[in-house]
Ligand binder design. Structure first.
Ligand SMILES: [Ca+2]
Length: 169
């Protein structure tokens, strides 16, 4: 392809028709090439996070932005997994702080509970990425309501439903 680097190769491979945009199932295959298997719902959330032009698919530029986020998350995971292939809940807490997310206990444990499928406190890379996608989406949405940047928002019921539906994975 004409796009340079590993992300370009991956993008061109899934965008075999050369449309310049990849869909959620295509993105899912692209991530599977890198041994990351995600449910379509998580992949759709990734697209929502980086679909800057809101057309429902990923351009190469949007894909690069997602890729940068995933690299950062994978880097933090690698630093903390210490050859075990998973993070303990304490590690996840530390990892989220390294990524700029400082959650209190109720928020942190509720998030972990909903993504730790085995319920053994062993969070694998795909689960950790899902947690990060969720927390980042929640932050983006929160920021869009927190227009005065005071760290507080007031939501009516419809806005609350809108928020939860947008962050649900
Ligand atoms: Ca797009």
């Amino acid at each position: 392809g004409e796009r340079g680097g590993a992300p370009g190769v991956v993008f061109d491979r899934v965008d075999a028709a050369g449309t310049g945009n990849i869909t959620a199932p295509q993105l899912q295959s692209a991530l599977a090439v890198g041994n990351l298997d995600f449910p379509l719902s998580v992949v759709q959330q990734m697209i929502r996070m980086y679909d800057f032009d809101r057309n429902g698919t990923m351009s190469f530029q949007e894909f690069l932005a997602l890729n940068k986020f995933l690299q950062k998350v994978q880097g933090v995971f690698s630093t903390l997994e210490r050859g075990r292939g998973f993070l303990s809940l304490e590690d996840v807490y530390e990892a989220l702080i390294k990524l700029g997310f400082s959650l209190d206990s109720p928020a942190f444990y509720t998030v972990c509970e909903s993504f730790d499928k085995s319920k053994k406190g062993m969070v694998r890379l795909d689960e950790f990425i899902s947690i990060c996608i969720f927390v980042q989406s929640a932050r983006n949405l929160y920021s869009s309501f927190d227009t005065t940047k005071q760290g507080k928002v007031t939501l009516d019921f419809n806005q609350f439903v809108y928020c939860t539906a947008n962050c649900r994975i």
